[in-house]
Design a protein around this ligand. Structure first.
Ligand SMILES: Cc1cc2nc3c(=O)[nH]c(=O)nc-3n(C[C@H](O)[C@H](O)[C@H](O)COP(=O)(O)OP(=O)(O)OC[C@H]3O[C@@H](n4cnc5c(N)ncnc54)[C@H](O)[C@@H]3O)c2cc1C
Length: 430
């Protein structure tokens, strides 16, 4: 496979007045649930656009490009193609959007996202100066690409141990993924499982409804890869359960159970869960009279109520959010002030989500529970699928190759049909 990176630029030589500013989020979220103070200031990114002059110059380098001359044959990441790939594949487009990103607070270096290239540096530089705002740009380093090998990840168990060599674990780009977080999360899981294996402890596997890590590893080992694999939210079927804001609630108890997190950290999450429960309990049980909320309902363009209703019922209205209730219902704001906790805002958000989208969440949870019950039905790793003549030939081949651990995993192998799954279930006596 192959992957590349764009040119790095000297920000002092970019004319930002010709670019379109893209400020960061006004209320940026954090990557993890730590006590790091919220970000106060952010540096802006900027938008720039290529044009047909830029494309014409880049095309003059195609003959010299290892990718176009066939010296590099690897498949690049579909979702971050090089600029030459974009010009080649989308030849009807006369411009492409670029993001001009500062590399950090204490540097003048900029990253030209979208301009990834392995063309000769003189061509990259000449084309760059035709982009408005970059006429006088100086570059620190040109873009480049690399080619690399991987091992087909359907040769791995869900623990990331290789099937062929016991006690050898693979994680990261060697499994055909691309990306820092993809590599880091596999490293974590392979490390945990290697440790557990030498200590004769059971495997630690996250399933598809537990975590994006579960989706990533299950996709790799069940479907294999034919292009660099990136973890996208769209690859997860349980996106309503796998929320960013509930990652700690989903995963801390599991990590605690295997000794990966401290008592203190677990207590913090337990406290959070407890506060969320109290807020939900209050919203579901507290009724409000029409006169106390009539002006708020009117201001939010939603019909009045004629008799007392539960706060949670009002919260189901799309026009009403929890802050409207907090600002208008003293008993609720009084309850929240008793918590006096640095995490109360996270708890309020989660309580609101659980009530507002409760119907969708429980529907998805029910589906996940049903599917997960198939993960409890184990298949013998030495099963001779070729001897089960009522399976389709394709299924026999795929099942023999992947050696799924469970009926659930077998059902996700492409080419294994629902009727093959029924045959398997009957075969193993279920
Ligand atoms: C040019 C480029 C740009 C990229 N840009 C991005 C990006 O913007 N965002 C993103 O998320 N990802 C990006 N990626 C992808 C990301 O960098 C990789 O997918 C990720 O770093 C892979 O991590 P890894 O730990 O699996 O492998 P590596 O980071 O390659 O680590 C493997 C390590 O093993 C060492 N090693 C190899 N053989 C041996 C040996 N025999 N003994 C001991 N050590 C050995 C190597 O020296 C290396 O340190 C980019 C990759 C490239 C090449």
């Amino acid at each position: 496979m192959k992957t590349g990176t764009p040119v790095r630029l000297d920000g002092r030589t970019i004319d930002f007045s010709k670019l379109i500013e893209q400020p960061g989020d006004s209320n940026p979220g954090k990557f993890s649930f730590t006590d790091t103070p919220p970000l106060q200031n952010q540096r802006s990114c900027f938008l720039a656009y290529t044009n047909s002059d830029v494309h014409d110059i880049l095309r003059t380098g195609f003959d010299e490009s290892p990718m176009f001359s066939g010296r590099i044959e690897g498949i690049g990441p579909r979702y971050c193609p090089s600029i030459e790939d974009k010009i080649d594949r989308f030849s009807d487009k006369d411009h492409h959007q670029l993001f001009v990103e500062p590399e950090g607070w204490n540097t003048i270096e900029y990253y030209l996202n979208g301009f990834s290239s392995s063309l000769p540096d003189h061509i990259q530089f000449k084309a760059l100066t035709k982009i408005p705002g970059f006429e006088n740009a100086k570059i620190f380093r040109p873009g480049y690409a690399i080619e690399y090998d991987y091992f087909p990840p359907d040769q791995l168990y869900a623990t990331l141990e290789t099937k062929l060599i016991e006690n050898l674990y693979f994680a990261g780009q060697i499994n055909g993924t691309t990306g820092y977080e993809e590599a880091a999360s596999q490293g974590l899981m392979a490390g945990i499982n290697a440790h557990r294996k030498i200590n004769s402890l059971p495997d630690f596997i996250l399933n598809r409804s537990d975590a994006y890590i579960g989706v990533l590893i299950d996709d790799l080992i069940t479907k294999g890869v034919d292009e660099p694999y990136r973890m996208f939210t769209s690859r997860a079927e349980y996106r309503i359960l796998l929320r960013q804001n509930n990652a700690d609630i989903r995963l801390t108890p599991k990590a605690f159970k295997i000794g990966m997190v401290s008592n203190e950290r677990m207590e913090k999450v337990s406290k959070k869960i407890n506060i969320i429960d109290q807020i939900i309990h209050f919203l579901v049980n507290e009724s409000i009279s029409p006169e106390r909320v009539s002006s708020m309902l009117n201001n939010n363009n939603t019909p009045p109520i004629s008799q007392k209703v539960k706060l949670s019922t009002l919260l189901l209205r799309p026009q009403i959010n929890i802050n409207d209730l907090i600002n208008n219902v003293d008993t609720l704001s009084n309850l929240l002030s008793t918590f006096n906790s640095s995490i109360v805002n996270e708890c309020i958000e989660e309580a609101e989500i659980l009530i507002k989208y409760g119907g969708y969440i429980s529907k998805e949870q029910n589906i996940a529970d049903k599917i997960n019950s198939l993960e409890e039905i184990f298949l013998n790793p030495d099963m001779d699928y070729f001897s089960i003549k009522s399976l389709s030939y394709e299924s026999r081949e795929k099942l023999s190759k992947i050696k799924p651990k469970t009926i659930g995993q077998a059902a996700r192998i492409s080419g294994v049909s629902p009727s093959d799954i029924s045959v398997l279930a009957v075969y193993i006596g279920r």
